[in-house]
Design a protein around this ligand. Structure first.
Ligand SMILES: Nc1ncnc2c1ncn2[C@@H]1O[C@H](COP(=O)(O)OP(=O)(O)OP(=O)(O)O)[C@@H](O)[C@H]1O
Length: 745
């Protein structure tokens, strides 16, 4: 075993996942290549390393580090190198030079013991001095924590997350109840927490383990959209997860129920289990909807007259159901309008807006995604925002369930009418936040297509409200002439009605290219995106979206993205790259945000790079292009819709994914100029009518199916949907005492 001491001159390679690092160490004037596991290390740090020299077949002699420690460098040069390396945010080479010129070898002691003295330097305020002190300390604490967590097999990426979440509490948490990690840290699943617990000596049948297992199984359920699970299913899943006898679980269900962590209820003759928060979410949503559902006295005679006048002004003749929708919206506090593409939902919304404008009422429009809100603005000429913006999202935790909005029961929206579009995408969390901010006396109009896939998040809000039969619902079914000219619209309706579509007949906006093996399908897709479709649909290649049912498999999102990236954005000397857990990001790549992040800042700049707009929040499903990868600052910049630029620290890259191909589930609420659907084969539960319908209705100008026409036919005939366990319908029934209003015929 030998020992080396020196300055980390350059980090050649660092793997965030396992901490494997290759670096050049400057030892007494000569450079030594060192390799080893060093989860947290920065250029400019001074280390003492124990290990041995080895001969690498390709790279020659290297020093293989077994253990190392970061030392306080003693000479001023090393101190300056460290400070200048960017390890301390806000301190660059110039500032480092100023600091070290003043304090020389004493610099680190000053930072630790008398940080206020840093403010003696021009350009450093007292606040900045404090920040330098905090960062310096943080870095040391973080390193210590990472070393501790590494003993439990936790990679540096997670170690940093754990440290950021718990700070110094992490030591107690790991020793006592590491299962908390599975609840609190994104990316750490129960399995990993369980492994950590095992290493920390926590037993197989421990109470913590079983309780966490139950909660975790319920949380897993919400990831699949359920708000509860039938008890039998929950017990089976928990017992499988924990590899314990199912009989051990009952007692803990009781305990968790006494602790009010879960709710055990009987629904339709079946015992079901909710995580308590979801039970109350449903109950509150039901109560608030009930409170909003007032009846407004409107003179029956004047209403048709006003509508007639609007029709004349707008040059339209509303269909009976559309007219009915406007009247119901005027008379009731809550109204649902549902219909497929081209059935006149937007036209109806426009007529309503005109009516409420005539009445001088304050109207607000919103939709669940930025894209849907933009479309709503274009279609109505009335400013629409995302629901998050409407509710004035403020600095909030990442977890959607805990999102904080400025608009709530204490500070409700000042509006007479609120119209929400794309309601099928609204999950139970967002619905709860929305309703909290809407006061009785405000009319709420919910518009959507109930045949779309339900929201990505838990709940089946639109469907449950409709199925409760407690609110007024207008179903628009007539497809208007203009919409009938679109094969996308007519085929979408056929799919929804279970009628086979004619794939032999090619139309400009809907066609099938029959291919029966994966390589041919991929080849055709690349040709379509790169050459064929852009001139025909008037869109850039990156606006053409490949949608696929699955993540895994030959035609799954994961594999397709790697291949499409290779062809659509190949490596090039002028494009920087960044490796990360799931693969590689390259400048120019199309990427998608895969979770809601309410805190991340975005900025819109003008052509001189001067910020013209700023805000926070990037949401699950938002897509953009990687504009810059800065390996020095460790930032990756993505430009989203409307020029919103977001810089992701490298440690946060697991919020992004390549988006050349995305799953149909993720595409909900988005529309693309052209959509390509590779459809060959897959599980029956997934390959169903609902999924095909959602995929087809994402396209504005063109749908190309590449694959097998039999698969398409089978999907149309397959009505088996993945069951969602949600209870909003029952909760509504309970709070309304099952009073059924007259349904508009
Ligand atoms: N009462 C009507 N009379 C004649 N044409 C109508 C009427 N209502 C709607 N349309 C026409 O039908 C087409 C579809 O209407 P609209 O855009 O309102 O439907 P939509 O349900 O919002 O569709 P999508 O969901 O596809 O956006 C439009 O071209 C619209 O002008």
């Amino acid at each position: 075993m030998e020992e080396l001491q020196g300055l980390v001159e350059h980090i050649v390679y660092h793997n965030d996942g396992n901490g494997y690092t290759v670096l050049n160490l400057m030892c007494q004037g000569s450079e030594v290549v060192c390799v080893g596991t060093m989860p947290v290390i920065s250029e400019g740090e001074y280390i003492k390393a124990q290990g041995s020299y080895v001969e690498h077949m390709t790279y020659g002699q290297q020093f293989k580090i077994d253990t190392f420690s970061v030392e306080i460098p003693e000479d001023a040069y090393s101190v300056e190198r460290y400070l200048a390396s960017g390890a301390i945010k806000g301190v660059g080479p110039k500032m480092a030079h100023k600091i070290v010129s003043k304090f020389k070898e004493d610099t680190f002691r000053i930072i630790e013991e008398e940080p206020e003295r840093l403010a003696e330097i021009k350009g450093i305020s007292e606040r900045k001095a404090q920040e330098i002190f905090e960062q310096f300390h943080d870095k040391q604490d973080m390193r210590q924590a990472t070393m501790f967590l590494a003993k439990f097999g936790i990679s540096s990426t997670y170690a940093i997350k754990i440290y950021n979440e718990y700070g110094s509490r992490l030591y107690d948490i790991i020793r006592e109840n590491p299962y908390r990690l599975a609840e609190d840290i994104t990316g750490i699943g129960f399995k990993l927490a369980d492994e950590i617990a095992h290493r920390a000596g926590i037993g197989q049948n421990s109470d913590y383990r079983i309780r966490s297992g139950i909660i975790y199984a319920l949380a897993q359920g919400t990831l699949s959209g359920h708000t509860y699970l039938p008890k039998d299913i929950l017990v089976a899943r928990t017992s499988e997860l924990l590899d314990i006898d199912p009989s051990l679980i009952d007692k803990h269900l009781m305990d968790l129920s006494i602790d009010k962590k879960i709710m055990v209820r009987e629904m339709d003759g079946e015992v079901v289990v909710y995580a308590s928060s979801y039970y109350y979410l449903e109950l509150n949503v039901a109560r608030m909807l009930k409170n909003l559902n007032m009846t407004y006295d409107v003179e029956d005679l004047s209403l048709p007259e006003v509508i007639r006048r609007i029709e004349m002004q707008e040059g339209i003749a509303l269909d009976d159901m559309q007219r009915m929708a406007v009247m119901e919206a005027v008379r009731h506090g809550v109204l649902v309008i549902t219909g497929g593409p081209g059935t006149g939902k937007t036209t109806t919304i426009n007529a309503m807006i005109k009516y409420f404008e005539y009445e001088n009422l304050e109207i607000r429009l919103a939709a669940p995604t930025g894209r849907a809100a933009k479309r709503m603005t274009e279609a109505t000429g009335y400013e629409a925002s995302t629901i998050h913006r409407l509710l004035e999202l403020s600095g909030a935790p990442e977890d959607q369930a805990l999102a904080r909005f400025e608009r709530n029961e204490q500070n409700p929206l000042e509006a007479d009418v609120i119209i929400i579009d794309e309601m099928s995408m609204v999950d139970i969390n967002l619905m709860n936040s929305l309703l909290k901010a809407v006061m009785p006396g405000t009319r709420l109009i919910l518009v959507g297509d109930v045949n779309q896939l339900p929201s990505v998040g838990p709940g089946n809000v639109l469907k449950d409200i409709i199925n409760s039969h407690c609110f007024n619902v207008v179903r628009l079914t007539k497809i208007f002439r203009q919409a009938l000219e679109s094969a996308i619209v007519t085929n979408a309706h056929k799919i929804n009605d279970g009628i086979p579509i004619d794939l032999a007949h090619k139309t400009r906006d809907f066609f099938c290219m029959k291919r029966y093996d994966t390589p041919s399908i991929i080849g055709v897709m690349i040709a379509l995106i790169r050459d064929k479709l852009p001139p025909n649909v008037g869109a850039a290649p990156y606006e053409i979206q490949v949608l696929t049912p699955m993540r895994k498999g030959e035609l799954g999102v994961e594999r397709l993205n790697v291949i499409l990236q290779q062809y659509l954005n190949p490596p090039s000397s002028d494009k920087r790259e960044r490796e990360h857990r799931q693969g590689l990001f390259r400048e120019g790549d199309k990427v998608m945000q895969i979770k809601n992040n309410y805190q991340i800042e975005w900025e819109v700049t003008d052509k001189y790079n001067i910020p013209v707009d700023k805000g926070v929040g990037v949401f699950n499903g938002d897509t953009g292009i990687i504009k810059e990868i800065n390996t020095f600052a460790e930032l990756l910049t993505v430009e989203f819709d409307e020029g919103r630029k977001v810089s992701y620290p490298f440690s946060q890259l697991d919020e992004l994914e390549l988006a050349y191909a995305v799953t149909i589930h993720k595409s909900q609420g988005s529309e693309y100029p052209a959509v390509i659907l590779p459809l060959l084969s897959g599980p029956r539960m997934l390959f169903n009518r609902n999924l095909l319908y959602t995929a087809v209705t994402r396209a504005k100008r063109c749908v190309v199916i590449v694959g097998s026409e039999e698969t398409v036919e089978r999907m149309i005939g397959n009505v088996s949907e993945q069951k969602r366990y949600t209870g909003l319908c029952q909760r509504i029934g309970e709070v309304m005492g099952m009073k059924q209003p007259a349904q508009p015929s």
